[in-house]
Design a binder for this molecule. Structure first.
Ligand SMILES: Nc1ncnc2c1ncn2[C@@H]1O[C@H](COP(=O)(O)OP(=O)(O)OP(=O)(O)O)[C@@H](O)[C@H]1O
Length: 232
């Protein structure tokens, strides 16, 4: 089966004010439908940089990036923006919820500017379903200030899932949460793979990483152990 993502020899050098710095020096990664990958690496090792290349917020300098078998290594921004909204869901350490809207309204907002118009009632039904998928359907009417950090992050996950992305990218989604709450969030993310979504989780937490199907360690701009499979 064609992988969702196939990345080979990806390189990225950042040119700031000082000397150019090579962040990625030939990273390889393959993600299939229904697969989950954790990316570990010390602070500054380039995990977020790699995720921003995968999520098409930025482009690599070299190497190859195939999405569903199509070469998108040098895709122009207009096409990248369309792919970002069609193919990807994003979850970050910060939740970015709108405080004055309820949980279900925050999730339905993601359907307002999508491909294909949906009437309000259908948007709400889809948003409710997404909240139920992450175990917080009963909190649909609550506004973010009344929700715990873990609950807010699960609203953010529901918002990412409501558009049925093929790939979910999560950048330290448990960074602001305690371990137990983080476990619920990681389980909510992992459960997305049951429906065929591919998941890439950037984390510092080895226990959370071990819940993914595969763990990859980013060191000096390359993956150390890209063939290592973790049995959970
Ligand atoms: N726009 C930029 N210009 C110059 N350097 C940058 C820029 N963005 C990131 N960097 C540097 O690139 C390196 C990789 O950053 P990145 O955020 O990808 O690391 P990370 O592994 O995600 O780190 P953390 O675990 O702390 O989030 C860091 O040394 C960072 O300082």
């Amino acid at each position: 089966m064609t992988p969702l993502i196939s990345i080979t020899g990806l390189t990225k050098t950042l040119k700031g004010q000082g000397e150019p710095r090579t962040i990625l020096a030939g990273a390889d990664l393959t993600l299939h439908s229904g697969e989950s990958i954790a990316i570990l690496g010390r602070s500054g090792s380039g995990k977020s940089t790699l995720l921003s290349l995968i999520g098409l917020f930025d482009r690599a300098d070299g190497g190859q990036y195939l999405l569903n078998g199509n070469d998108i290594t040098r895709i122009p921004e207009r096409k990248a923006a369309a792919l970002r909204s069609e193919e990807f869901g994003f979850v970050f350490q910060r939740f970015f919820l709108l405080k004055h809207l309820s949980a279900v309204q925050n999730v339905s907002m993601a359907l307002v500017n999508g491909q294909g118009w949906l009437p309000r009632r259908k948007r709400k039904a889809k948003a409710m379903e997404a909240l139920e998928r992450v175990g917080i359907g009963h909190l649909a009417k609550h506004k973010p200030p009344r929700l715990s950090g873990g609950e807010q992050q699960r609203v953010a996950i529901a918002r990412a899932l409501v558009r049925d992305p093929k790939i979910l990218l999560a950048d330290e989604p448990t960074g602001a949460l305690d371990t137990e709450t983080g476990n619920l969030v990681v389980e909510a993310l992992r459960s997305a793979t049951d429906r065929g979504c591919g998941l890439i989780l950037v984390t510092h937490d080895h226990d959370h990483a071990a819940k993914m199907g595969k763990v990859m360690q980013l060191t000096n701009g390359v993956f150390e152990n890209s063939n290592q499979r973790v049995v959970v």
